[in-house]
Unconditional design. Structure first.
Length: 245
């Protein structure tokens, strides 16, 4: 199911109607990253000038800015999941409607989340993602552990929030959260796909649209499976790892 959903999501993003909003999504992501970069560099300059480093030691100031520049690039990588959340909150309904219309045309469409609520939900997730990734950033100089912490934290966060955004078009948010918990392994694996995508430069700008399309497909598949399991006379579904003896 996950592989099929991932291929369907990529088809939508790269060759489907989602291309109508692809460039707007990328432009918004780049604008938010540029704004964050501007804020961080201004803050750094204010700190250095406040400590009179540039006045007393011009060479040290240049070296400090060089090192800080490399650090800011790393900081932006860790901030990308939060930026992705904001972009997803802005485009979730427009993108989800396209996926529903093109791949699930015979089914009832979802209800659009109120614009303010969707953005507020995106802001909440962005704040949480920023805090978690700042915590993961403290492990940057611990080899292997740093990458594992970044990947695990974002697999959970991206899977959780993107699934609930997609499921929230069909059910209340408490119901969407309950469904996510019921299918935690599937949602976590989908989140791992997105966390892996975040690690790929440039391609990671596609994360918001890919995540929305992926989770719409996963929610649809899980909902269809639940309906099948509830039909009278339907055979019991075997879970992975179950068996006689």
């Amino acid at each position: 199911m996950l592989i099929r959903a991932a291929f369907a999501a990529w088809r939508q993003v790269l060759a489907g109607p989602l291309r109508r909003i692809l460039w707007r999504s990328i432009a918004l992501s780049l604008a938010l990253l540029a704004l964050l970069w501007f804020a961080l560099t201004r803050l750094l300059r204010y700190y250095l000038e406040g400590n009179s480093i540039g006045v007393q030691y011009p060479i040290l100031e240049g070296f400090a800015f060089f090192l800080a520049g490399a650090g800011l690039v790393i900081a932006l990588v860790y901030a990308l999941p939060a930026v992705s959340a904001l972009v997803a909150g802005f485009f979730v309904d427009e993108a989800a409607e396209i996926v529903e219309r093109t791949d699930f045309g015979g089914e009832a469409p979802g209800r659009a989340l109120p614009a303010g609520r969707a953005l507020l939900y995106g802001l909440r997730f962005a704040g949480l993602a920023l805090l978690v990734n700042l915590a993961a950033l403290t492990l940057f100089f611990v080899p292997v552990v740093n990458l594992a912490a970044f990947f695990a934290a974002n697999a959970y966060l991206l899977g959780r929030e993107y699934f609930e955004l997609a499921a929230g078009r069909y059910r209340s948010m408490p119901e969407a959260a309950a469904m996510r918990r019921e299918h935690r392994p599937t949602v976590l694996l989908a989140g791992a796909m997105m966390a892996g995508l975040v690690l790929v430069p440039i391609v990671n700008l596609l994360t918001p649209l890919f995540g929305i399309a992926l989770m719409v497909h996963i929610h649809k598949d899980l909902s269809a499976r639940a309906l099948t399991d509830r039909r009278p006379g339907a055979p019991p579904r075997l879970e992975i790892g179950s068996g006689a003896g």
